[in-house]
Design a protein around this ligand. Sequence first.
Ligand SMILES: *Cc1c(COP(=O)(O)O)cnc(C)c1O
Length: 449
Amino acid sequence: MDKSTMTRRQLMGAASAGALTMLAPGAIHASAAPAGRAGKLALQGGRRVRTKPWPSWPVWDKAAEKSVLSILRSGDWFRGRGETVSKFEAKYAELLGATRCTCTVNGTNALLTAMHGLDVGVGDEVIVSPYTFIATYNVIIGSTALPVFADTDPETFQLDPDTIEERITDRTRAIMPVHILGIPADMDKIMAIAKKHNLVVIEDACQAWLAEWRGKKCGTVGDLGCSSFQNSKHLPCGEGGAVVGSDEELMDRIHSYHNCGRRYGSVQGSSQYPIIGTNRRMTEYQAAILLNQVQRLEADTERRWKNARYLTSKIKDIPGIVPHKLYDGVTKAAYHLYPFRYKKEHFNNAPKARFLAALTAEGVPCMGGYGPQYRDGLIEVALNSKNFQRSFSKARLDRYREELHYPGNDQLCEEAVWLSQSLLLAKKRDMDDIANALLKIYENRDKLA
Ligand SMILES: *Cc1c(COP(=O)(O)O)cnc(C)c1O
C-alpha cells in the first residue's frame, strides 16, 4: 500500500468517525444540539461533516459510446448527411411542448440566432437582467444592441419585473429574461409588459431545461427560447444549443439562416440561398450524445426539484441563511445551481469568502456566484466601439452610463451562495449533510471571523 492510499484511508476513517457525532437530521434548533455538532470547524482542523464524494458530472453509458462510434464509422458527420440532429430536434421540441426546434453549435449562437430571427440588432435596445452568465451580455453587445439592465430581485435571484418599464425607450425592441440558475423568471409580468409595449421576448433558458412556468416549459412562453447543451449543463454534449419556437414561418427562417440561408420550408426563392445566412449547424455527434443524455433528463430534473425543496425546508430556520424564493407561477425549477443568501451579520461579520471556505472545508463545495459584471469594463469597451458609436447617439450613451446602478443586484452579488446541480443528484439524506454543515458553521460563528 503506498503512502497516498494510506493517508486517504486514514483520513476517511477519521472523518466518518466524526460524522457519527453529527446532529440527527431534523434537529436544527440550538436547544437540541448535542455537543458533537459544535466540534471544531474543518477549516480549523476539525472533522468534515461530509466525507463521501458528491455525484460527478456528466455521466453517460455504453449506448452513447456505440452511437457516437457508429456515426464516426459511417463518415456522415454533418447533419446534411444524417438524421441524428433532426431526430433530436423533434424529441426536444416534443419534450418542451414547442412546435419546432433548431439546434445550433452552442447556446450563445442559439441566442444570436434568435436575435437575428426576430430582427433585434443594430441600434436596438434589449432589456435584460444583469445577473447572468456573460454569454447573455455578449450576444446583445455582439449584435450591436444596447443591453439595458433592469435590476435583480435579490429574493428570487431573477430579473425584477417592476424595474423594467422605467427603462423602456422608443428604441427598446425586446426583453431577454434569463431563468437564471434554472429558476423561472416572472413570466406573467414580463409577457404583460412586452404586450403593452409591443416588444418581443427571447427567453435565455440556457440553465433551465424542463423548468416550468404555470406548467409551460421555460423557453416556450416568449416568442423564442434558447437552450445550451454545454458540458456542464443538465443536457450536455460538450458544446450545443437550440432555439425553440412555435411560429412555423419564423422557425423556417431560423433554420434557413443557420444553414447558410438555404431554402427551407416557407423560405423559398429562385436562388438556392434566398436569405442571408450563416453556418451554426450542430454535428451528428453532438446530437447522438444528446439523444442519449435526454433519456435521463426528466428523472434528474425531478430529483433536483425534490431535493432542492427538501434542502430549503432544512435550512430555512438557520439564522443568516436566507433561502431563495420562487414566484407563485413556478411549477418546477431546474436548479442548475441551488442558491441562498448569506447574511454575515448573523455570522460574527465573517466575510462571505471566509464562509465559502468554511463550507467547502466541511465537504460541501460552493461558489459565490456572479459579480457586478457591468462594472468590469466590458460595457465601456462596447460603448466606445466603432459599432456602438455609429449606432447610438452620444446623449443616449451618456445617459446609459449614468443609469448603470443596480442596488438589488449589488446586494445579491454580495450575499449569494451557490451549490452545484450535481449535489442535488445525491440522495435525500445527503441533503442533511449540507444542512448540518451550515448549522455547524453557524454554531462556530464566533470562531469564523
Ligand atoms: C451557458 C449559458 C449560455 C451560453 O451557452 P453556451 O452553450 O455555453 O454558449 C447563455 N446563457 C446562460 C445563462 C448560460 O448559462
